[in-house]
Design a protein around this ligand. Structure first.
Ligand code: PGA
Length: 251
């Protein structure tokens, strides 16, 4: 059985003081939650503080991006070993905002995934189509290309540790969620693609998160779908109480 995984992607929000408050609050609310894997992805600047608060809790820590090299002359960048050093176990790669505003290509995401795996980070690999691609009906082809390029050269033993996040760009931060049927259609398609790449058994064990305007009000119906194994939550993860309700399927 796949253990559901809920991630909170804070994007470029929260100063140190705000972050400490939210993480302490979340830690309390998550006490006793074991059947769901919970991960927070704060900005780089507060990872060290977050690690201290989360040290003996079950909440995992991740970063929102990283460079593909372990080190080098890349002003302003951060590498996988640096994240590991800060206590991160996860890293979001290929988020649509990185693709859109920072020129992140599938080829770069592929190099980043390989580096993350080398340093034993769990990559959360984001794919998803734009509104135009959805309307044109090319959305499956778009996601297939993204996945094939991002996962190029990655073997089954490595894929085992990966998480995929399907995040339709038109649903991110817009308040418009994909319907459970739309999400499930894509999730089962992604699982078929993973089966082609890594074999059916492995594809069955891999977790595919849904992301895009997930809220306490819509999580339950999304989680009812057989191929949705959790959510990557942006806006609604900034508040500990709303993220905690999402983790508890809206209860
Ligand atoms: P959202 O963002 O929940 O605010 O739509 C999701 C994401 O970007 O991961």
């Amino acid at each position: 059985m796949r253990k559901p995984i809920m991630g909170g992607n804070w994007k470029m929000y929260k100063t140190a003081r705000e972050a400490v408050q939210t993480i302490e609050d979340l830690r309390e609310r998550m006490e006793g939650v074991e059947e769901i894997e919970v991960v927070v992805f704060p900005p780089f600047t507060v990872l060290g503080l977050a690690e201290k608060i989360l040290r003996d809790s079950s909440i995992g820590l991740g970063a929102q991006n990283m460079h593909w090299e372990a080190g080098g002359s890349y002003t302003g960048e951060i590498s996988a070993p640096m994240l590991v050093d800060l206590g991160c176990r996860y890293v979001i790669l290929g988020h649509s905002e990185r693709r859109r505003y920072f020129g992140e290509s599938d080829e770069r995401v592929n190099k980043k995934i390989k580096s993350a795996l080398t340093f034993e980070l769990i990559p959360v690999v984001c794919v998803g189509e734009t509104l135009k691609e959805r309307k044109e009906g090319s959305f499956k082809r778009v996601v297939e290309t993204q996945l094939n390029l991002c996962l190029k050269g990655i073997g089954p033993e490595e894929a085992e540790r990966m998480v995929i996040a399907y995040e339709p760009v038109w649903a991110i931060g817009t308040g418009v969620t994909a319907t459970p049927e739309q999400a499930e259609e894509m999730h089962s398609f992604v699982r078929e693609l993973l089966a082609k790449l890594f074999g059916e058994d492995l594809a069955d064990s891999m977790r595919i998160q849904y992301g895009g305007s997930v809220k306490p009000q819509n999580i339950k119906e999304l989680m009812r779908e057989p191929d949705i194994d959790g959510a990557l939550v942006g806006g609604a993860s900034l508040d500990a109480s709303s993220f905690a309700r999402i983790v508890k399927y809206g209860e």
